[in-house]
Structures are given as C-alpha cells and as structure tokens.
Design a protein. Sequence first.
Length: 184
Amino acid sequence: MLADIWNDHKVSITALCALALAALASVVVVPETQQAVVVRVGEPVRVINRFQPDIEFGKTGAGLSFRIPIFEQLERIDKRLLTVDMEPQLVLFTDQLRLEVDAYARFLIIDPVKMVRTAGTTERVEQQLKPILTSVLRQELGKRTFQSLLTADRGAAMLNIRDGLDLAAREYGAQVIDVRIKRA
C-alpha cells in the first residue's frame, strides 16, 4: 500500500518537474539593446523588440516573451551601432601617390528577418561588408588626388563611400550610418 502511494507521487513529481522545465524553456527575455528573430524550422516567423528608430527605449517591446521549446529557436541581434573594421590597405591616388589607409564603418541591423535569411548572424554581415568596404574605399579614393584627401573634399568622398557600402549592406538588412578613416 505504502509502495503504491510512493510510486504514484514519484510519477506526479516527475510530471510536475517536466512541466516546470517546459514552462521555463518557453520563456525568453529580450533586453532593450537586442532584437530577436524567432525561427521555426529554419524559417523566421516573428520579431521580438524590432528596431524602430522613432520609438524611445522602454516602449519597444523588450522584456519577457514566449516561444515553443525545441521547435522555435531565437536569433539575437544587437540593436546598437556595430562596427566593421577594415584592414589597412594601400591606395593609389590619381596623382600616383600611394597611401596606406585604415578605415571603419558603423552600421545598424534594421531588417532582422532579412539579415537572418541572407547572412544568419551579425558576424557574417561584418564578414560580408569588410571586403565591400575595402573595394568601395579603394575605388573612391582612387578617383581623387592625394591633396583632395586633405581638404574639405574628403567629406564628399566619405559620403560616396558610405552610400556605396550602404547599398550593399541593405541586401543583408543593415544600414551603414558612417564611414571614417582612422589613419592614413
């Protein structure tokens, strides 16, 4: 009799623990600094705390959310400014002067679903943008003289580089905010 009661409680305790674990696995916390894409069977189904530039922090949808454990995975994406750093490159100007240029670009992920579909992770977006930044920078600076890099014309060159890189970044759900030369 006592053994039957113990076995019944053992089964109910096991079931209760399994139910509690499933409930805990279904709850996710998405902070203000992140957006999350819920992926079900390899296909993005919804976005939690989507990037919206005109909405202030605290009103974006961050916090607790729910997902179906095992069937839905979460791809977390940073909402803050991200940086892609270019390796120093030798640039040949139109006046045949050579200069080693080190630059970087800052970007945001504005379309997380597109980013998950095309690149998968923000690290892959950075990997894809790095050679494009190098190429666009070399093409733009190669059209100019060395002297123009030292004048106000430099700002127009940086805008052209940013626009060229932004065009490529949009394919990955990103937006390039700024391109700067660190050292020349």
